[in-house]
Design a protein around this ligand. Structure first.
Ligand code: GDP
Ligand code: MN
Length: 379
């Protein structure tokens, strides 16, 4: 889950990282008011969950409250990389002397978080990584020890930060590490961290990506989720505790268990089909959950056939069958469905489905073949 710049910077600030003064708003008149409060030149920053806003014209400097209102009106009418701008951050503008990159992410290969710094901040770090890899300094952080003072100093020296700023750079790096661990982030990034004409280090931009699996530990962060960027079906799925990811094929899949879902998708491919989604209804799913899952699958117009593969353990076959039948009472559909059901109460479940004239199969291979065949006939 990505956080907006204003949200990331608020967190940065709570952990002691200096940020410019400012406020977020959805109204252009309010932008003028904020500009008047701040005085002097302000920067109007579009809040969308993509990078490269500067290049897209979503970051503008305003010299007066009137200009702030004008530019805020323009920016609030923008769409950047397909995302509507709904809010702008109005901040006092900084006198930039140089732009630094500073970020932490997980280095999977090293099995450790890595802190990266570069004197070439401000632009895409991916670009620098490709064209001038020697310009990025890296240090790995032992999660048990945390970021050590000497490591931060080492980075400061390697990216030529003036000696007078070593101390504040060290504090910012230490704070960013605390931001990263305390919030279960998978990315915490300041780009640019600027050295101002006044000789101070300030975080001008902020980006955080949170580990969704750890969100339950951070209800306050979970509330910051911007639903705008997520597909409607995925939001609906989350409401019912389903894991749903839309894919580009035409065979809808409903499976209990992530591993079984992967295997099901592999088998569909093996028989020449393409899955339309990944959907794990989880262990112990009841009729209500099954019904929601089926509604979500069928809401995708690309779906030409549905394959249900349920391995009954805690999940009971008759509950699954009841869920399927309940869902079909509400959603009208002529999409063919094939059901493979084994395990606890499978016999009762299969009976219920057979009574309703549904296509069933005892083996996964058989069910997958039928689904692929139906999709091809239908599509
Ligand atoms: P991004 O393009 O989405 O990464 O947005 P940023 O917040 O990083 O801004 C992009 C660029 O706009 C920065 O690298 C700066 O060069 C410039 N910029 C942002 N804020 C200010 C500011 O307060 N003053 C000045 N002069 N430039 C700014
Ligand atoms: Mn940036």
């Amino acid at each position: 889950m990505k956080l907006h710049e204003y949200q990331s910077k608020k967190i940065f600030s709570l952990f002691g990282i200096p940020i410019p003064e400012g406020r977020v708003t959805a109204a252009a008149q309010e932008a003028a008011r904020i500009a008047a409060e701040l005085g002097g030149t302000v920067v109007i920053k579009s809040q969308v969950l993509v990078g490269g806003r500067g290049k897209a014209g979503g970051i503008r400097l305003a010299k007066s409250p009137r200009e702030a209102e004008e530019l805020a009106t323009q920016v609030l009418a923008m769409e950047i990389k397909g995302l509507r701008v709904r809010k702008v951050l109005v901040e006092e503008a900084a006198n930039i002397q140089s732009e630094i990159y500073l970020g932490i992410t997980n280095d999977r290969a090293a099995r450790m978080p890595v802190m990266m710094a570069s004197s070439e901040g401000g632009v895409d770090i991916e670009e620098i990584a490709k064209k001038k890899p020697e310009k990025i300094a890296r240090i790995h952080i032992d999660p048990l020890l945390g970021l050590r003072e000497y490591q931060a100093r080492d980075l400061a020296i390697r990216i030529d930060i003036p000696r007078a700023n070593w101390r504040s750079f060290g504090q910012i790096a230490a704070s960013l590490w605390r931001v990263y661990t305390t919030n279960d982030a998978t990315l915490a990034e300041i780009n640019p961290l600027v050295l101002s004409a006044e000789g101070e280090l300030i975080a001008l931009d902020g980006k955080m990506v949170l580990d969704t699996n750890a969100l339950f530990r951070h209800p306050d962060l979970a509330e910051m989720r911007d639903l705008d960027v997520e597909a409607e079906a995925e939001i609906e799925a989350r409401k019912y505790g389903l894991t749903y990811i839309k894919l580009d094929g035409d065979i809808g899949c409903m499976v209990n268990g992530a591993g079984l879902a992967m295997a099901t998708m592999d088998i569909i491919k093996h028989f020449g089909g393409k899955p339309a989604n990944f959907l794990d209804i989880g262990g112990g799913a009841n009729a209500e959950k099954v019904a929601a899952a089926l509604r979500i699958i069928l809401s995708d117009p690309a779906v030409n056939a549905v394959l249900l593969n349920i391995f009954g353990g805690i999940t009971r076959g008759d509950e699954v069958a009841k869920g399927i039948l309940a869902a079909l009472e509400k959603v009208e559909t002529d999409v063919p469905m094939v059901i493979r059901l084994v395990g606890t109460n499978a016999k009762e479940g299969l009976q219920l489905l057979a009574d309703a004239n549904m296509v069933t199969s005892e083996t996964l291979a058989g069910a997958a073949k039928k689904a692929v065949h139906s999709a091809a006939a239908d599509g």
